[in-house]
Design a protein around this ligand. Structure first.
Ligand code: BJW
Ligand code: ZN
Length: 252
């Protein structure tokens, strides 16, 4: 049985080997809600996930917003309030450090919480949008907001705004998803997959696309996921504890 420390050390050795072979290697991080769990922000699935107490179809679909925009806004404002009280954790900071050390090129995140940005990551693709941005479906205007609205906000054009996040059944932003596919399929030697259940498409395909293109797959998660079977290294535990260990090992 390998210990976690030995798995981290093997993964780091492999990365160093690749770097020695190729000189320039591109590392991409793909993150999900588990990376923000250590900050006190709930995940979606699992025993204490958001979907345990709230029905996704009543809150995170365009139909739900059409049916009851007040309820949807109330839920998003509640979540914004929670996020605003929290800070990036050592896992977010580790990705910044990896970028500074020249080991990380891009963060692709499914999270809408801005924590990678607040931690100081530079090159971020937010594939499911941002909870602190509103969008007008009538005139197309997008705007960042600093506080959780107390009631549904309106655009200057008179239309009710919506949170600029991607709901079930909606397409992801074409430019962002194209860039993500491009990076994953042609510019990724190592994919770090952190705190995602790997259940939500199209992002759930990314690890498999990267693998098909010979990327080394390193997964950080508390539990096994559908990705684990293709992972070259599975580092099981809390990302806020394990990513700092991983970065430390890379620096030696
Ligand atoms: C830790 C930890 C710690 C905990 N350390 N780890 C193909 C097949 C089947 C279905 C579909 C398909 N293509 C499209 C669909 C439909 C749908 C879909 O995928 N459904 C599946 C659920 C089956 N996809 C869509 O509708 C997407 N649109 C689309 O594809 O358009 C075209 C199309 C439409 C319809 C049909 C066909 C094509 C859009 C998806 C949008 C997802 N939106 C949400 C909400 C965003 C806004 C908001 O925040 O409110 O995005 S849902 C939610 O799930 C959120 C997340 O970004 C996303 C992923 O969740 P994530 O991050 O993985 O969180 P969890 O909770 O699932 O997992 C947490 C993990 O962390 C766990 O593994 C823990 O173990 C771990 N963990 N603590 C490390 N401390
Ligand atoms: Zn408008």
């Amino acid at each position: 049985m390998s210990t976690k420390e030995s798995i981290i050390s093997e993964a780091v050795c492999k990365i160093k080997e690749l770097k020695a072979e190729k000189e320039i290697i591109r590392i991409v991080a793909l993150t999900g809600s588990g990376i923000s769990k250590g900050s006190g922000i709930p995940t979606f699935r699992g025993a204490d996930g958001l979907w345990k107490n709230y029905n996704a179809m009543d809150l995170a679909t365009p139909q739900a917003f059409k049916r009851n925009p007040e309820l949807v806004w109330e839920w998003y404002s509640w979540r914004m309030g929670i996020i605003l009280e929290k800070d990036p954790n050592p896992a977010h900071h580790s990705l910044v450090k990896l970028q500074e050390l020249g080991f990380l090129n891009l963060v692709i995140t499914q999270n809408v919480d801005s924590l990678h940005f607040r931690a100081g990551s530079k090159n971020i693709l937010e594939v499911h949008g941002n909870i602190f941005r509103t969008k007008c479906e009538k005139c197309g205007k997008k705007e960042m907001i600093k506080e959780a609205p107390k009631s549904p906000p309106y655009c200057d054009c008179g239309n009710m705004l919506r949170p600029d996040v991607v709901w079930f059944g909606e397409s992801l932003d074409r430019n962002i998803i194209t860039k993500a596919y491009e990076e994953i399929s042609s510019k990724c030697d190592v994919l770090l997959i952190i705190g995602t259940s790997g259940l939500v498409y199209p992002v759930a395909d990314f690890p498999f696309i990267a693998k098909e293109h010979d990327a080394l797959i390193i997964e950080f998660n508390l539990d096994e996921t559908p990705i684990t079977r293709i992972a070259d290294y599975f580092i099981q535990g809390k990302s806020e504890e394990d990513l700092p260990l991983f970065v430390q090992a890379l620096q030696v």
